[in-house]
Write a protein that binds this ligand. Structure first.
Ligand code: SF4
Length: 540
C-alpha cells in the first residue's frame, strides 16, 4: 500500500470520469504468508477488499509490479482467484461471461515484461499517467463494438504503449533469441509512455492512507522523477530520464495536505536531494511542524545548511551510497566521487549532529577486483574514525545487471566470487565496534539476476517457484542453458535482447558506448537537459 505507483494507478482508475463511463476500482491482496496456506484450504475465491467481490467478477485485473520478486505472487493471486493462469487458457468464464483481462504495469515489467509473457494478457509499459485513461477509453469502446474476447484483446494493440505478448512470436537459438516478430498487422515497437510535463498530472502521494502498511506513519509524495547523473548500473536513473522536477508550490501544497493527515512527510524520487527546491520543501514541512524524510541522499549534494535543516526536520539516519570502495571502480560505474569528497561530507554530517550513518555498496560490479572489494572495509573504517559516537550500518548487495542500463550487456559475477568478497569485508570489520554489516548473498540474488534479463521461457520457472519456493525451483532450473545464459552471458549491442522491442527513448547504441566508456574507466557528465541529445530521450 505504500508503493506510490500502486497508489497512483488506483487514483487514475478512480478519477476516470470522462469518455464512455465511470470506472470503479477495488483492491485485492495476496493473504499474508502465515494465512496463505489456511486460506488456500477454504476454497473461497480471492475477493476484493472494498466490496468482497470475487476477482472473476471484474472486467480487468491489474497488477502493479515493482520488483522481480513480485512475479511469484501473480500465479498465487490468479490461482486463489480461480482465474485461468495462462493467457491462452482464458476465454469464456464459468457464468458465460469473459474471463477478466489480466493487465500488468510498473517498473519491473517496463524494464522487461517477458518472464510474465504467458500469464499476462496485456502490459501497459511506461508511466501510467497519460496512458491509463486512454487505455480505459479504448477498452470501453471495444467492449461495445467487438463481441469476441480474443478480438477485444487484439483491438488494444492500437495504443502505442500496450504490449500483448500473445501477438508476438519468439524463436530461440539455445541461450539467446534468434528472432522476435509481431504477427501480421501488429506493431513492431512498443512506445512506453513518458510524460515530459509532469505538472499536468496529480502528484503521486499517499492517496489512500492506511495503518496496515510498512510506512504507516508517513505521508509519501513524489517530488521529482529521474536522475541525470548516469550511474551505469541504475535502472531507475535511466528508465525515468530525463530528470523532471515538480513545481515547488504544488509540492508544498501536497506537503501541507500530508501534515493535516498527521505523521511525518516522506519525499520520494530517484534523486530527491538534487531537486532544486528541496530546501524550500523541507523548510515548508518544518514550518508546519512535520518531520520530513528523504528517500535518498546524494553525497555531493549535501552541504552544512541543508544538513542542519534535515536534522531540524527530524531526519535521524543519513543514508549515503558510495557503491564502490575505490575511486577507480567508482569511475567505472560513473559515480565519480573521490575518497576525499566522501570523507569531507561525512565530516559535515557528523558536525551537523548526526550519529547514525548508513552506507550502500554493490559487490560484483564490472571489472571489480579482490582489492576493490576489500577497499570497502578500508573506506568504512576511515568513515567510522570520523564519527565520535553512534553507529555505521553497511548494506551490501550483489550487483544485478538491469535492462535499459549500460550494464545490461554485462554478466552477473560468479556467485562464489561474490560470496567470498562479502565474507572478506565482514571478516575485516567483525571486530570493529559501532559497525554493522548486512549483506544479501549471491545465492539470494541469483533468482533476481535470472529474471531481470530472462526471456519468456522463465514463465514456467515462475509458476514452479510460486508452488515450491524460488530457492527450491531454482535448484532444479539452474543448469538449464537459458538460465545460465540470462545470468552469466555477456552480450553485445548486436544481440537481440528480450526487451529490445520496447522504446523508452534510450538509444541502444548509446547504452553500448556508455558500457564501453565504463570499462575504460571514463566518466560521463550529468544530463544537461535542454542542450543535450546524446542518449536519445530528449529528441522524441
Ligand atoms: S538526451 Fe541528454 S539531457 Fe536528455 S536524458 Fe539523455 S543524457 Fe539526459
Amino acid at each position: 500500500m505504500s508503493n506510490l505507483g500502486f497508489q497512483s494507478v488506483c487514483h487514475l482508475f478512480d478519477t476516470y470520469r470522462e469518455g464512455k463511463g465511470v470506472v470503479t476500482v477495488e483492491r485485492a491482496f495476496l493473504p499474508d504468508p502465515e494465512e496463505l496456506k489456511e486460506y488456500g484450504r477454504t476454497e473461497v475465491p480471492l475477493f476484493s477488499y472494498e466490496t468482497k467481490s470475487p476477482l472473476t467478477e471484474f472486467d480487468i485485473i491489474a497488477f502493479s509490479i515493482a520488483f522481480e520478486e513480485d512475479y511469484f505472487n501473480i500465479p498465487k493471486i490468479l490461482g486463489l482467484g480461480k482465474v485461468p493462469l495462462l493467457s491462452a487458457e482464458r476465454g469464456l468464464g464459468k457464468r458465460a461471461v469473459f474471463d477478466p483481462l489480466v493487465v500488468a504495469g510498473g517498473v519491473a515489467v517496463s524494464l522487461n515484461p517477458e518472464p510474465l509473457a504467458d500469464m499476462i494478457d496485456l502490459f501497459i509499459l511506461g508511466e501510467a499517467e497519460g496512458a491509463l485513461h486512454l487505455f480505459i477509453d479504448r477498452f470501453l469502446e471495444l467492449c461495445e463494438s467487438v463481441p469476441g474476447r480474443v478480438d477485444r484483446v487484439a483491438g488494444l494493440d492500437s495504443l502505442p504503449f500496450t504490449y500483448i505478448p500473445s501477438l508476438y512470436e519468439v524463436e530461440y537459438d539455445h541461450v539467446g533469441i534468434k528472432s522476435f516478430r509481431p504477427r501480421h498487422g501488429i506493431k513492431e515497437k512498443i512506445l512506453a509512455t513518458k510524460n515530459l510535463d509532469l505538472d499536468q498530472f496529480d502528484i503521486p502521494r499517499s492517496f489512500i492512507y492506511t495503518p496496515d502498511t510498512g510506512f504507516k506513519d508517513t505521508f509519501l509524495t513524489e517530488v521529482e522523477r529521474g536522475c541525470g547523473r548516469g550511474c551505469r548500473f541504475c535502472a531507475a536513473g535511466f528508465l525515468y530520464l530525463p530528470p523532471r522536477w515538480r513545481d515547488v508550490e504544488k509540492v508544498k501544497d501536497v506537503v501541507a495536505e500530508g501534515v493535516e493527515r498527521g505523521g511525518q512527510i516522506g519525499l520520494i524520487g530517484a534523486a530527491v536531494s538534487e531537486y532544486p527546491d528541496i530546501k524550500e520543501v523541507v523548510e515548508a514541512g518544518l514550518g508546519l511542524g512535520a518531520p520530513v524524510t528523504l528517500s535518498s541522499l546524494r553525497l555531493d549534494s549535501l552541504d552544512a545548511p541543508f544538513l542542519h535543516s534535515l536534522k531540524e526536520a527530524g531526519y535521524k539516519t543519513v543514508t549515503m551510497a558510495p557503491e564502490a570502495g575505490t575511486e577507480r571502480l567508482r569511475a567505472v560505474i560513473n559515480k565519480g566521487m573521490t575518497d576525499a569528497e566522501i570523507l569531507s561530507t561525512v565530516e559535515e554530517v557528523v558536525e551537523a549532529g548526526f550519529s547514525k550513518i548508513k552506507l550502500y555498496f554493490l559487490i560484483g560490479l564490472p571489472t571489480e577486483t579482490h582489492y576493490d572489494a576489500l577497499a570497502i572495509s578500508t573506506l568504512t573504517l576511515r568513515i567510522r574514525s570520523l564519527m565520535k559516537k553512534g553507529m555505521l550500518h553497511l548494506s551490501i548487495n550483489p550487483f544485478v545487471p538491469k535492462p535499459f542500463t549500460p550494464f545490461q550487456f554485462h554478466p552477473f559475477e560468479n556467485a562464489v566470487t561474490v560470496d567470498k568478497r562479502i565474507a572478506g569485508i565482514k571478516e575485516a570489520l567483525k571486530r570493529e565496534r559501532g559497525i554493522t554489516v548486512k549483506a544479501l548473498s549471491a545465492k539470494e540474488a541469483l533468482v533476481q539476476a535470472y529474471l531481470s534479463r530472462a526471456d519468456r521461457r522463465a514463465g514456467q520457472f515462475i509458476i514452479e517457484a510460486a508452488a515450491l519456493s524460488p530457492a527450491r525451483a531454482f535448484k532444479k532450473w539452474k543448469k538449464k542453458e537459458s538460465v545460465i545464459g540470462s545470468i552469466y552471458r555477456e552480450v553485445s549491442e548486436e544481440d537481440i535482447l528480450p526487451w529490445d522491442f520496447i522504446g523508452h527513448g534510450l538509444d541502444k547504441l548509446y547504452l553500448w558506448r556508455e558500457y564501453q566508456r565504463g570499462m575504460d574507466e571514463r566518466l560521463t557528465p550529468p544530463c544537461d537537459v535542454g542542450s543535450c541529445t546524446r542518449c536519445g530521450v530528449c529528441i522524441g
